[in-house]
Design a binder for this molecule. Structure first.
Ligand SMILES: Nc1ncnc2c1ncn2[C@@H]1O[C@H](COP(=O)(O)OP(=O)(O)OP(=O)(O)O)[C@@H](O)[C@H]1O
Length: 666
């Protein structure tokens, strides 16, 4: 019998207490009690959404410390909305009036520090194992204040007691769809296991048992019950629990049509409905009976429906509840909390920002996020190794095609500028488009973890970029070295170093720009549609097609010497488009690589062309493309500057996207 498993329950409780101990030792407020009340709470869809009918309509209630509370009601009754509102996790598509207070203090962002939330659609990272995820969460949530040994012990215990030990090395999910991954039930247990790490004051679980078999559902509820014995209050929305499981809950909150149908124990609920004339049929599941009583379509008299007598509409049930003794009891508790707040006894001190107490250091969090991104990259060979092979193949193709063409002749000049254009283009377009999917695909998880206060936007962004940097360097160096040696580019160390450095910078600036577009627009498709015209800016300003610097320099010198405004006659680009080169990098990179290849070349053969149009030396080649060897330093400074500018813009866009405020009365 499931209820005759005291050993398992005791073991789970021990784990939780021990896990809690490790965390609680460092959080002076963790064991303190917290009462949550909501008073005259109304939640309405925001003006921009179609329906303006309240989802929750003037409801009140309390959550007492250390209790396991079931939130029940027909589908669409407002359970998720209530839970999100209480947990300060409503999205900005809802507006709220009324009061929600913890120990008398209006709720606010501090709820992320004192509460955990298991979502109906739990988001978990792909490409890492259960063990790795728990390690990461232990480090992000508990910081350095808990020793690595203690964390390891906690994780081992939690894995055993949540039944996840067998799948500790299983990947949570895998975007390429190959290999074993966690089942739906195991994912729910993992989400719960993560919450055990930090022992929150409140744990909100949105339908955690949905999709689980009855044995797994029972295990999960037992674990929640154990958690309440350590002081945590658990609010859990649940559909049709088995009879005995229902009695595990200390109280029920019944919702229907956004109103409260009842708050109290299951026995009291049955008695209350009996007084309304609704009698539960003998042997009928109490949870089913309660749900049917609250459901507009099924609350009718007749055997087989769960009722033996009576017909009461859910609205009357809500009205009768408001006038009942049980509701008055709730009102008294609410009044006591509001009174506490009014006389200034609100629990300010116990709700301090716990992140300061966790001993989390900025670089420590950054390190663990990098660790996760690196693992994910390695577990996705499609993304990494395939790209490397692709780049090597392109490098071999380009290198072999130009292997006989690079020489100190007029033909060689054309071939050299062609190779340079290919090197710069190859390091621009592919990485820029590949970066477009970087942030949209990880945004939902990032948004949830960021709002849960696990890390900041700069930490997430920088860790993502740093984690991919070694592979980006490897890819670019492999590409450029193959092309360099196969195409017989200039055999000097300086030429090689400048070419490699410029290519690496081009690749990184392109990724930075791709990241900017990927954070600026909500979807990859939209970002791509704006990026295509941007490609043309890059190409036009690459220096191959228009002599940008030459015209500017000559115009400027002329205007200075004649003390007159620059003439328009020799400009190859109109005045209003002359900002374009500054947002592009292809020209700066082309110029730097051209300087590396042509600067100091004394003589070029003219036998294959008429002498009047022959380029006799490297300097003339550079001039032909409006480049100048004196610009080398400027080129690198601009490339580095663009790298930082694009990344900063991308990070600001990401911060703006994630900062769309939660709309909860406070
Ligand atoms: N952002 C929103 N904007 C407008 N209406 C919403 C929004 N979110 C939920 N609703 C509506 O509010 C009502 C209650 O939704 P909620 O998800 O809270 O119900 P629920 O009781 O959790 O349902 P279920 O048991 O099916 O998950 C539904 O009619 C839903 O369509």
């Amino acid at each position: 019998m499931w209820y005759a498993r005291p050993k398992a329950i005791m073991a789970a409780r021990e784990t939780i207490i021990r896990a809690g101990d490790c965390a609680v030792d460092n959080l002076d407020d963790a064991p303190s009690e917290a009462t949550l009340i909501w008073h005259n709470l109304t939640v309405t869809p925001a003006a921009k959404t179609s329906s303006r009918l309240p989802v929750l309509n003037d409801i009140s209630g309390t959550l007492q410390p250390g209790t396991l509370v079931a939130l029940m009601g027909p589908s669409g009754a407002g359970k998720t909305t209530l839970m999100s509102a209480l947990a300060y996790r409503l999205t900005d598509t809802m507006s709220t009036t009324g009061e929600i207070r913890v120990n008398g203090r209006p709720i606010g962002p501090y709820m992320y520090d004192i509460s955990g939330y298991i979502y109906q659609d739990e988001l978990l990272p792909d490409g890492i194992t259960v063990q790795e995820h728990l390690e990461l969460m232990a480090n992000l949530r508990l910081g350095k204040s808990v020793t690595p040994d203690c964390k390891r012990a906690m994780i081992a215990d939690i894995l055993t007691k949540t039944g996840l030990e067998r799948c500790a090395r299983t990947l949570i999910a895998n975007s390429i769809g190959i290999g074993k991954t966690l089942s739906g039930g195991e994912k729910k247990r993992l989400a719960f296991a993560v919450e055990l790490l930090s022992k929150p004051k409140f744990l909100f679980c949105d339908e955690p048992t949905t999709g689980l078999d009855s044995y797994s559902a029972r295990q999960l509820v037992e674990m929640m019950k154990s958690l309440t014995r350590c002081g945590t209050t658990v609010l859990c929305s649940i559909h049709q629990p088995a009879e005995k499981l229902l009695h595990e809950f200390d109280s029920l909150i019944l919702l229907t049509g956004g109103r409260t149908g009842f708050i109290g124990s299951s026995r009291e609920a049955v008695q209350f409905l009996r007084r309304q004339g609704l009698e539960c049929e003998q042997g009928y599941n109490t949870a089913d009976f309660l749900l049917k009583a609250l459901s507009t379509s099924t609350n009718t008299n007749g055997r087989g429906n769960g009722f033996t007598t009576g017909t009461v509409c859910p609205l009357s049930i809500c009205n009768n509840y408001s006038a009942s003794e049980v509701a008055r009891r709730q009102e008294a508790l609410i009044s006591a909390e509001l009174y506490r707040a009014a006389i200034g006894e609100a629990g300010q001190s116990s709700m301090r920002d716990r992140t300061q107490q966790r001993g989390r250091c900025w670089f420590y969090t950054l390190y663990w996020l990098m660790y996760r991104h690196t693992l994910q990259s390695h577990r996705n060979p499609n993304l990494q190794y395939f790209k490397l092979i692709q780049r090597i193949a392109i490098a071999l193709l380009v290198g072999l095609c130009f292997s006989d063409a690079i020489e100190l002749s007029q033909r060689g000049v054309q071939a050299m500028q062609g190779v340079i254009f290919l090197i710069v283009s190859e390091n621009t377009f592919l990485p820029m488009y590949a970066a477009l999917s970087l942030f949209p695909e990880s945004f939902p998880l990032f948004q949830r973890e960021k709002k849960a206060n696990l890390y900041s936007t700069p930490q997430f962004y920088i860790s993502r970029i740093l984690a991919m940097t070694p592979f980006v360097l490897l890819e670019t160096c492999a590409f450029i070295l193959i092309v360099y040696f196969l195409a017989h580019l200039r055999p000097t160390l300086l030429g090689l170093v400048v070419t490699v450095a410029a290519s690496v910078l081009v690749m990184n600036v392109s990724i930075a720009c791709g990241c900017f577009f990927s954070t600026l627009f909500p979807t990859v498709a939209t970002a791509m549609s704006y990026l295509v015209p941007f490609d043309y800016i890059l190409m036009i300003t690459s220096g191959i097609f228009i002599k940008i610097w030459y015209v500017w320099r000559t115009d400027m010198l002329e205007s200075i010497s004649t003390n007159s405004p620059p003439s328009n006659s020799r400009r190859s680009m109109p005045l209003y488009l002359r900002w374009m080169p500054f947002i592009s990098w292809m020209m700066f990179a082309s110029e730097a690589i051209s300087i590396a290849q042509w600067d100091g070349v004394k003589s070029i053969e003219c036998s294959d062309i008429i002498p009047s149009v022959c380029l006799h030396n490297g300097e003339q080649v550079l001039e032909q493309y409006s480049f100048s060897s004196s610009h080398l330093r400027t080129d690198f400074v601009v490339l580095v500057g663009q790298y930082f500018i694009y990344h900063t813009l991308a990070m600001l866009c990401l911060a703006w996207r994630v900062s769309r405020k939660f709309n909860v009365a406070s």
